[in-house]
Design a protein around this ligand. Structure first.
Ligand code: CUA
Length: 162
């Protein structure tokens, strides 16, 4: 009889434990790191960082860079190069500290620089930001890891750390 009570108690605690764990993961996974920094998704250009001329990479100190990106279905907007073409590749000197700031006007996207610790969810209405040191040379691919529609798999850009 007592064994049954303990069994139920044991299973009960396990369920509660798993629920807490699951909820924690859910909560973390669904809120951008910068949670609290809001932006009007209908008018992201009202925010200086996301005006067309400020998109892409900007050097702010000797070894410090800011990268502003607008994720849309199905593109990462890194601004335009001097020829007016879409920038698809970021070049960053090894050892640089880089602040990534990403937002979106449409739906939830992912922002994952494969092979690095940069992995954010990008939600309309929020600015997702993450500062990191790019200390390994190589070619990295920025991928969207949140399903955002038919062209989801077409969303990518590259980062070259040299
Ligand atoms: Cu954007 Cu998937």
């Amino acid at each position: 009889k007592y064994e049954k009570v303990w069994l139920i108690f044991g299973i009960g605690s396990l369920v509660v434990f798993l629920m807490v764990l699951g909820f924690g993961a859910f909560w973390q996974g669904t809120h951008p790191q910068s949670h609290g920094v809001t932006i009007d998704p209908e008018n992201i250009e009202a925010h200086e960082a996301f005006q067309q001329e400020n998109l892409g990479i900007t050097q702010v100190a000797d070894d410090k860079y800011i990268v502003n990106i607008v994720a849309t279905a199905f593109n990462y907007d890194l601004g335009l190069d001097e020829d007016g073409a879409q920038v698809r590749n970021l070049r960053i000197p090894k050892g640089s500290t880089v602040l990534f700031q990403v937002t979106t006007p449409d739906v939830v996207h992912g922002f994952n620089i494969a092979g690095t610790n940069v992995n954010m969810m990008v939600e309309p209405g929020y600015i997702s930001s993450l500062e990191t040191v790019m200390d390994k040379t190589g070619e990295y691919t920025i991928v969207c890891n949140e399903y955002c529609g038919l062209g989801h798999h077409l969303m990518f850009a590259t980062v070259e750390v040299y």
